[in-house]
Write a protein that binds this ligand. Structure first.
Ligand SMILES: [Zn+2]
Length: 178
């Protein structure tokens, strides 16, 4: 199993932000923790960035095409209007493979078990989903402009890390099949 993890935004682009909290930081922290967990289980995990650095969408896709990956996983957090929306969702490209769509279902279930409202598995014409070669998914781990979602993100962080990691390796935790 060889994965490419992509942490949204970074550097000049903080992504969504709310009360001083930046999406770029949250997704870096989450993704890196999942990557660490998986490496302990022998999974190879490459990352498009490992620090708070600016990285264009083209560079992320180029990285995907430079090697053969089982999956490309992009980590994001959602935003809408302060305290108006909540929950998790996972995206694939509309014409994505069954492999990608299957992973999206598992990841979504993992996020729902964290406590996030189930907004469902969705499709979207996002650049990194459209242009990557690997089966690709994009995770929205709750709304950064929702205090309860942030509380779940922080207080249930380890559960979330295990749940996501469990979709790629047998870690003795329940994976997305609920
Ligand atoms: Zn984002």
């Amino acid at each position: 199993m060889k994965l490419l993890f992509d942490y949204g935004h970074g550097g000049n682009d903080p992504g969504a932000n709310y009360k001083g909290r930046k999406e770029a930081d949250d997704v870096l922290r989450l993704g890196r923790a999942v990557a660490k967990r998986l490496r302990q289980a022998g999974v190879i995990v490459d990352e498009t960035r490992t620090t708070d650095t600016t990285l264009g969408l083209g560079a992320r896709v180029k990285r995907d095409k430079a090697s053969r990956y089982d999956y490309f996983v992009s980590f994001h957090r959602n935003a809408y209007s302060p305290e108006k929306a909540h929950g998790a969702e996972v995206f694939t490209y509309p014409t994505a493979s069954a492999k990608a769509k299957g992973l999206a279902v598992q990841l979504q279930n993992a996020l729902v078990r964290v406590g996030f409202t189930d907004r469902g598995v969705k499709t979207a014409n996002y650049y990194v989903l459209r242009n990557t070669r690997s089966p690709a998914v994009l995770i929205e781990a709750g709304f950064i402009d929702n205090s309860n979602d942030n509380r779940l993100f922080d207080e249930r962080f380890d559960v979330m890390v295990d749940g996501i990691a469990g979709c790629f390796a047998d870690l003795g935790v329940v994976c997305g099949k609920s």
